[in-house]
Each structure stands twice: as structure tokens, then as C-alpha cells.
Design a binder for this molecule. Structure first.
Ligand code: F6P
Length: 340
């Protein structure tokens, strides 16, 4: 078999390990792999390179993706869909493994529904793909954000300030939640619940009175005040570029005005997406890459490799994409247990 692989959407640690899983399993079973460059763009424009074992031997701990990525939506224009199908024919592909988040995987589903022999691998630092317990990239990104939060606490303590750390995550608060919990933030705001501004100000005042500083973690998708609006900027899948709204900076200004405490804000941005994957993400990526090839070999197209409890398995893409995985009430309850 000739199996194609692509990585699409926002990159995250663990992509290279997943590619390695695909190439090794395919090689072990006597099949060859070709990598498409820059996500669906590479399939649309027929930009590919063979992926031999030698090229993936040392990449398990690398950040980013050796294939490159993009947010290209091949289903935006009918002529692009035709190009994608022409590439599959001209490359004589037997199967395609699409590694990506909701957008990349929804393009995979659309292709499958047109008869394409496609399987998926979920990835995203946002941890918001349905159908799987965890996505790789999340543990690594949240670990970087946790480290940043702890560093910010040191300087907040020295200067008796309130510091707001804004993390990514789109409309899912997993990264903020994990960062706030793991770094012991004084307050953590996630998009899944409306925060109470009066309570937040009281919280900051109490933290300052007790310890002389406050650390607040906010997710980029949180609504801060009525005047916030949208940034207007969007990607090819129609998603607003949330970091342009600058919720961290806005929140810091409100905290300073509301409490009289000097405040600063930091937007950690793409720093969260770089660097080596954690142990957890490496193992998950390798397992899901291997599982994706097993799905192909079993002819289970239209499926995505997922983690359920301790096990990796395949579930229909349609099921996984039904709704994004948002922070649940039990996690919010855990978070609020630590409200002072
Ligand atoms: O989906 C991953 C993610 O990092 C989101 O958390 C964030 O909103 C978005 O990508 C940023 O996208 P870009 O890399 O295009 O700026």
C-alpha cells in the first residue's frame, strides 16, 4: 500500500511522534508512506515527499512538524476538492492519514463521504476534539503555560502586583483550567462559564491582602466586559483569531481600575505550541499514529484513532466531530474548590 499522511491546523508538540508512529507501523507491515506538505494545501497542490524510516528515526522528541502545516480548507472551493481527488489519483494513494484538530478532521470526513479512503488522528493543544479522552499537544502546551505562570508568580510577588496570564485554547478552557490548577493561580477564567467581575475583584484584593500579589489565568476565549467585540480576523474555516482580542490585557486594566492594585498582563501565545512534547504526549502520539495505520489495514476508513481510558481504538469521524469537547462541570467544581 501507499499511505499518505498530512498534518493540518495549528501545530503542537507530538506531531512528529505521530508521523513516526505512522511510518514505522506502515514499514513494519511492508507498506510505504508519502508525506504531504503544509496540511491539506499539500494534497490540493500535490506537494509531497516520500517518508522513509531514516527520516523519522530521531524525530520523536521534536516540536513542530517535519511536514509543515496550514489552515487550508480544501472544501471551500469545488475546484480545490477536484484537485485533492486528482492528487490522490496521480499519487496512486491507497489511503490517507489526516492528523489534525476539528477542522482538518472535518475535511477528512467530507473526503471520506465522497468515497475517499481516509482515517484521522486527533491533535490539538486545545484538547477540544470530541470522542477522545485527551489529544496530544495539550499536556505539552499546558506544561509550558504552567511553567510561565510560576515564573510570573515570582515577579508578581517581588513587585506586589496582580499579573494576568492569557493562554490559548479557543472556545475550550482546558489549557487555562490545567494551568490555573497546576500553578495554584488565585483565579482562573474559562470560556465555559461567565465570571463574576465583583467576585474576581474581591478575590484579587484578598490575595493581595494575604500575600501581597495575585496570579490570574485567563483563556483567550473568555468574554471580558460588554465592549470587547470581535477582532474581525478569521481563518479559512471561519474561526475568529481570538488572541487579537487581547483579553489578558483588558482584564489587567479592569483589575487595576477596580482594585487599585498595579497589574500587568502576559500573552504567552505561540510559545505554548513550540518545544519538545512531554512524555505523555510522545506516548499518545506514537500510539495514535500506529493505530491510524491499523485502521487503514483493517479497512476502517472514515474512522479516527482515539484514546479511551488506557486504550487506543478507532471511532467514526462523524461521532468524534459531533461536538467539541468543552470543560465539564466536574472540572469546574474542582477548579472552584481552590477559590480562596
Ligand atoms: O487551535 C490551536 C490554537 O493554538 C488555538 O488555541 C489558537 O486560538 C489558535 O490555534 C491560534 O492560531 P494561529 O496559529 O493561526 O495564530
Amino acid at each position: 500500500m501507499k499511505i499518505g499522511v498530512l498534518t493540518g491546523g495549528g501545530d503542537c508538540p507530538g506531531l512528529d511522534a505521530a508521523i513516526r508512529g505512522v511510518v514505522y507501523r506502515a514499514g513494519q507491515q511492508g507498506h510505504q508512506v508519502v508525506g504531504f506538505l503544509d496540511g491539506w494545501k499539500g494534497v490540493r497542490d500535490n506537494l509531497a515527499r516520500p517518508l522513509a524510516l531514516a527520516e523519522v528515526v530521531t524525530i520523536v522528541g521534536d516540536g513542530g512538524t517535519i511536514l509543515g502545516s496550514s489552515r487550508t480548507n480544501p472544501f471551500q472551493k469545488p475546484e480545490d476538492v477536484a484537485k485533492v481527488e486528482a492528487t490522490i489519483r496521480s499519487q496512486a494513494l491507497d489511503a490517507l492519514v489526516a492528523i489534525g484538530g476539528d477542522d482538518t478532521l472535518s475535511a477528512a470526513l467530507a473526503l471520506y463521504q465522497r468515497g475517499g479512503r481516509v482515517v484521522g488522528v486527533p491533535k490539538t493543544m486545545d484538547n477540544d476534539v470530541g470522542g477522545t479522552d485527551w489529544t496530544f499537544g495539550f499536556d505539552s502546551a499546558a506544561s509550558v503555560a504552567m511553567d510561565a505562570a510560576e515564573r510570573l508568580r515570582d515577579t508578581a510577588r517581588s513587585h506586589h502586583r496582580a499579573i494576568v496570564l492569557e493562554v490559548m485554547g479557543r472556545h475550550a478552557g482546558w489549557v487555562a483550567l490545567a494551568t490555573g490548577l497546576a500553578a495554584g493561580a488565585d483565579a482562573t477564567l474559562v470560556p465555559e462559564e461567565r465570571y463574576d467581575e465583583t467576585a474576581l475583584m474581591d478575590h484579587v484584593r484578598r490575595a493581595i491582602a494575604a500575600r501581597g500579589y495575585a496570579l490570574i489565568v485567563v483563556s483567550e476565549g473568555v468574554e471580558v466586559g460588554a465592549a470587547q467585540g470581535t477582532s474581525g480576523a478569521a481563518d479559512e474555516f471561519g474561526h475568529e483569531l481570538l488572541r487579537e482580542r487581547g483579553v489578558g490585557a483588558l482584564l489587567a486594566k479592569r483589575i487595576e481600575a477596580g482594585t487599585g492594585v498595579e497589574a500587568r498582563s502576559v500573552q504567552i501565545g505561540h510559545i505554548q505550541r513550540g518545544g519538545p512534547p512531554t512524555l505523555f504526549d510522545r506516548l499518545l502520539s506514537l500510539r495514535l499514529g500506529v493505530q491510524a495505520v491499523d485502521l487503514v489495514l483493517d479497512g476502517r476508513f472514515g474512522h479516527v484513532a482515539v484514546l479511551r481510558g488506557e486504550r487506543v481504538m478507532g471511532v467514526p469521524l462523524e461521532e468524534a466531530l459531533k461536538s467539541p469537547k468543552l470543560v465539564t462541570a466536574d472540572w469546574l467544581d474542582l477548579l472552584h474548590t481552590f477559590d480562596a
